[in-house]
Design a binder for this molecule. Structure first.
Ligand SMILES: Cc1cc2nc3c(=O)[nH]c(=O)nc-3n(C[C@H](O)[C@H](O)[C@H](O)COP(=O)(O)OP(=O)(O)OC[C@H]3O[C@@H](n4cnc5c(N)ncnc54)[C@H](O)[C@@H]3O)c2cc1C
Length: 244
């Protein structure tokens, strides 16, 4: 690493540390998003440092694990081992992953093996196995189910119930993107789960690339939008009928 890169990482460390320190002071959670694989390793390392500093006996910092990567279930287990060794609470926000086409395209262009699972079933299998691993180790792991997948959301709730744990357990949280899957968010909230909506915030010039990505990503989220539209149309028809 060049001196220039080292200086830049020093500055990134200072800024991220300031955010986590302030969050810890006010007892607010911080989740560090996961991006493309080629920038993830330093982010993972930085997040582990933050967790080992601020997650002592409580949950402040979450890392994000993209389960469409075939190596992330093992990474979750390895992170857990580090958390046990260094005695901190492991924050794990589980997502499926937003850059599937881009990752596959780059791997093909540059001639390295794709980091992405071979198919959707494998992603779903590892996602749900990750949820189970976190809940099996709930005394040491705080889980954020960040998904619009009905089965995965329900699976986390069912596992808690099976183990006699409350749906409002302070180490389990559910989150969906603002404007998506309100049917899931509202029903989880009604059942007593801790839920949130993920809301991009900032000047349009800073958030536009995020919004563009979300629109592009919808090509790998087949059927979800039409299912939501069907649910909304059914509910509108039900209310109209109830008024007549
Ligand atoms: C609160 C929140 C925070 C998020 N933060 C991040 C983040 O930090 N980083 C990030 O990358 N994403 C993030 N996402 C987006 C997330 O990764 C998913 O892209 C999105 O939520 C769709 O997955 P799903 O679990 O909701 O639903 P589903 O519709 O069940 O799954 C769709 C996903 O499955 C995977 N998939 C689809 N087809 C295949 C295939 N053929 N082979 C392998 N896998 C396939 C893709 O990941 C696709 O996005 C976030 C989502 C939420 C709700």
């Amino acid at each position: 690493m060049s001196q220039e890169d080292r200086d830049e990482w020093g500055r990134v460390y200072q800024r991220v540390n300031k955010v986590c320190e302030t969050a810890a002071l006010h007892n607010i959670g911080v989740s560090i998003d996961a991006e493309e694989t080629w920038i993830t390793d330093p982010l993972d390392a930085l997040t582990i440092i933050m967790m080992s500093t601020y997650n002592k006996g409580r949950i402040i910092v979450y890392n994000t694990l993209q389960m469409y990567r075939h190596d992330r279930l093992q990474f979750l287990i390895d992170s857990y081992d580090v958390a046990v060794e260094k005695d901190f609470i492991l924050g794990s926000k589980l997502v499926r992953g937003a850059y599937m086409e881009k990752e596959r395209r780059r791997a093909a262009e540059k001639g390295y093996p794709s980091p992405i699972q071979p198919d959707k079933e494998s992603t779903d299998r590892d996602y749900n196995a990750g949820v189970k691993f976190c809940i099996d180790n709930i005394s040491r792991v705080a889980l954020m189910v960040a998904s619009h997948n009905e089965y995965s959301n329900m699976y986390a709730a069912d596992l808690l119930k099976e183990r006699g744990l409350p749906l409002s357990h302070s180490y389990v949280h559910w989150s969906q993107l603002y404007g998506m899957s309100d049917n899931i968010t509202f029903n989880l909230a009604k059942a007593g789960c801790s839920v949130s909506k993920y809301l991009p915030f900032g000047p349009i010039k800073d958030v536009i690339s995020y919004l563009m990505r979300r629109a592009q990503e919808n090509t790998s989220v087949k059927g979800q939008t039409s299912r939501e539209m069907n649910l909304i149309n059914t509910e509108c028809a039900r209310r109209k009928k109830a008024k007549e």
